[in-house]
Design a protein around this ligand. Structure first.
Ligand code: URA
Length: 236
């Protein structure tokens, strides 16, 4: 059984499976994930097509539908969850079940709508029985998320829960240690808060989550303000 953070386990996986070259490659290219081939789709639609037909890991066999992500392609704020659940797997859309309904309320409480942000997950396919993602699945799927971030260029990323925080920050820290601050990492600005499913299980976490959301709003206003659209298309 593997111990440690999800990112450390992903590094270990590659170290074991790629003759010791994995760690070097992974750590020297944290933003590009070239070790599995950079994903080069030029648009979110193109990327969604590739995700729909992806067979890089075993989850392709058990999924009903891949769940690329949804929302505003020019969003200033991107939300990253863990992996699709049962309803998401059936509908092909992220956060449409109970956790999604709470997520909408959470972001709504600080003035964001689902339509103005972009929502995606670390994994684009549902792990059977909603088990934790395996390190090899994360490593296979990460280039896709990297490409989504590169295409959308959000001012701020909010990681929802331990797996998303650990993966995006390349760390083994707990949610408690990652939340409540602004992380500048690999040229990105990132915050971490509790996953809405964790708030459904443990309502005592709602207060600290609310503090995180207020901080998120402040950071968003500082960085994006009234710049609309936040993310104009690049000149050809
Ligand atoms: N939980 C997640 O992390 N993502 C979803 O899309 C749904 C539930």
């Amino acid at each position: 059984m593997m111990t440690g953070g999800i990112w450390e386990n992903a590094v270990r996986y590659f170290t074991q499976h790629f003759d010791g070259r994995g760690e070097d490659l992974l750590l020297s290219n944290p933003g590009t994930c070239d070790f599995l081939g950079t994903v080069t789709a030029r648009s979110l639609e193109g990327l969604a097509g590739r995700i729909a037909s992806c067979r890089k890991c075993g989850l392709a066999k058990s999924r009903n539908r891949a769940v690329p992500g949804a929302g505003n392609p020019r969003a200033g704020l991107m939300l990253v969850g863990e992996a699709p659940g049962q309803e998401e797997d059936l509908r092909g859309e992220p956060f449409v079940g109970a956790a999604g309904r709470l997520l909408e309320k959470m972001i709504g409480s600080v003035g964001f709508t689902r339509e103005e942000v972009y929502i995606t997950n670390i994994l684009k396919c549902r792990p059977p029985m909603n088990r934790d993602p395996h390190p090899d699945e994360i490593a296979s799927c990460l280039p896709v998320l990297e490409r989504q971030i590169a295409l959308i260029r959000p001012a701020l990323i909010l990681a929802l829960g331990r797996i998303a925080g650990q993966t995006l920050l390349r760390t083994g820290l707990s949610v408690e240690a990652m939340r409540g601050k602004v992380h500048e990492s690999g040229g990105r600005t990132l915050m971490v808060t509790y996953h809405p499913a964790a708030l459904l299980r443990s309502p005592d976490k709602k207060r600290p989550a609310w503090e995180d959301l207020k901080m998120l709003r402040k950071q968003y206003d500082l960085r994006v303000g009234d710049k609309t659209p936040w993310n104009p298309p690049k000149q050809a």
